[in-house]
Write a protein that binds this ligand. Structure first.
Ligand code: 5GP
Length: 119
């Protein structure tokens, strides 16, 4: 994926990572930050993002495999932390505007809860 410098990531998620706008953190490690979605679509709705600025999965390349795999494993850790791993959860990434991607910084949506619609 195209990787942009942390300090100049102009997206809203870049501002969240730099602490320029507040967020409700649920998890953080060296590579990853996760926080509550501001407009939740389910009882549990967490955004999991890489600290590096990757635009989205539409830019994924072979060299991104380790980081993308780390995000998936991290999602399961967060599901355990939030108590939804046993009951089940859904991961979504919107890749490109035509799929509904509003924020051009890669993110996984972690969704869980009884009102999750069938898919
Ligand atoms: P996308 O549509 O790009 O897949 O998802 C972007 C998500 O970011 C949406 O679910 C939206 O509610 C969330 N979002 C947008 N702005 C903010 C913000 O300032 N803070 C938080 N916590 N979430 C945001």
């Amino acid at each position: 994926m195209t990787r942009h410098p942390f300090a100049t990531n102009p997206t809203i998620f870049g501002k969240i990572l730099r602490g320029e706008i507040p967020s409700k953190k649920v998890y953080e490690d060296d590579l990853t930050y996760a926080f509550e979605d501001i407009a939740p679509k389910a009882e549990t709705h967490i955004l999991i993002i890489p600290k590096q600025h990757l635009i989205g999965n539409q830019d994924a390349q072979t060299g991104d495999a380790a980081l993308l795999g780390h995000l998936m494993v991290t999602a399961n850790k967060i599901a355990i932390q939030l108590g939804v791993q046993q009951t089940g959860y859904r991961l979504i990434t919107n890749a490109g505007e035509g799929a509904g991607q509003q924020v051009p910084h890669f993110h996984l949506h972690l969704l869980a809860g009884p009102s999750l619609p069938g898919f």
